[in-house]
Design a protein around this ligand. Structure first.
Ligand SMILES: O=P(O)(O)OC[C@H]1O[C@H](O[C@H]2O[C@H](CO)[C@@H](O)[C@H](O)[C@H]2O)[C@H](O)[C@@H](O)[C@@H]1O
Length: 271
């Protein structure tokens, strides 16, 4: 590990953040866990068109090839959707559906839905499908254990109605649903796993001495809450957070990841 000045291209990053990153880079075994939408990838209207910024994608690949370093993507997306948009190498661990779906190194780590849960997902689909069909520009994204009700392109009024009616009708049709509010999206699931539980699972699986986590949305706060004193939490964008550090958005997240990769492979140099 070298300890020289931060290269000029990283000079916009706050000094306390860079100092803490240098400390983290010395960790023996590191887990780098990353949210996808709003963190690696800028937000777009069509979720299928979201892609990580090129610098973020390159940093993910570099970090995943470093010794004693594992990278995980921890997303609210269904696992198959995350696989498509993330275009990550096989050695990157993937967590989808806010922790419900997990792709580790070996197949068979998944916990399939039981018949009761499958039936509940079907009922949920009928109820939420009715809400989406009744309002312009409100649409339903299916996931294995539930649905995301998207309102990004809807008017404020339709968005408000969608949220109220969907919550009310889903609650009267099914008990004990997990409902999560995100950016222009309301998510319903028949399982209650969180990103925080996913981080704890990954920490044990990787046997990490420290964890780096970056995220932008309300559901990422569960992951930040799972971090300890030796870990590093990075919030992307505005909003209340438990993370110790914040950057304005995906462009700066990419810069932080590039610097972490440089520091971790002892290759910091003037560019
Ligand atoms: O946990 P994440 O990786 O941040 O995933 C959260 C949700 O991301 C997607 O929706 C969000 O991003 C879309 C693309 O930028 C945007 O159109 C939408 O308004 C956002 O809510 C995804 O579609 C959801 O399934 C994820 O749960």
């Amino acid at each position: 590990m070298v300890d020289i000045d931060t290269p000029p291209r990283f000079s916009r990053l706050p000094e306390p953040l860079v100092g803490a990153l240098r400390e983290l880079a010395r960790t023996r075994r590191l887990l780098v866990a990353l949210d996808f939408d709003g963190t690696l990838a800028p937000e777009v209207d069509d979720p299928e068109k979201a892609r990580a910024l090129p610098e973020a994608h390159a940093a993910v690949i570099r970090l995943s090839k470093l010794r004693n370093t594992r990278v995980a993507l921890v997303s609210g997306r269904a696992l198959d959707s995350l696989e498509r948009v993330a275009e990550a190498p096989d050695d990157v661990l993937l967590v989808g559906s806010h922790g419900i779906e997990i792709r580790l190194d070996n197949p068979g780590d998944e916990v399939p839905l039981d018949t009761g849960e499958i039936r509940r997902v079907e009922v949920l689909g009928t109820v939420l499908g009715g809400v989406a069909d009744s309002l312009d520009d409100v649409w339903l994204e299916p996931k294995p254990a539930g649905f995301a009700l998207h309102t990004r392109l809807a008017t404020e009024e339709n968005s408000r109605i969608a949220h109220v009616v969907a919550r009310t009708e889903a609650a009267s049709a099914l008990e004990d649903l997990t409902v999560r509010e995100g950016k222009n999206v309301l998510e319903f699931s028949v399982r209650s796993t969180t990103k925080g539980e996913a981080i704890e699972h990954l920490r044990r699986y990787v046997d990490a001495d420290a964890v780096f986590y970056a995220g932008d949305d309300v559901t990422d706060e569960d992951a930040f809450a799972a971090l300890g004193a030796d870990d590093f939490g990075l919030k992307s964008g505005p909003g209340t957070t438990l993370a110790a550090f914040r950057v304005p958005g995906p462009t700066d997240v990419a810069a932080v990841l590039s610097l972490l990769a440089d520091l971790r492979d002892g290759d910091v140099h003037e560019q």
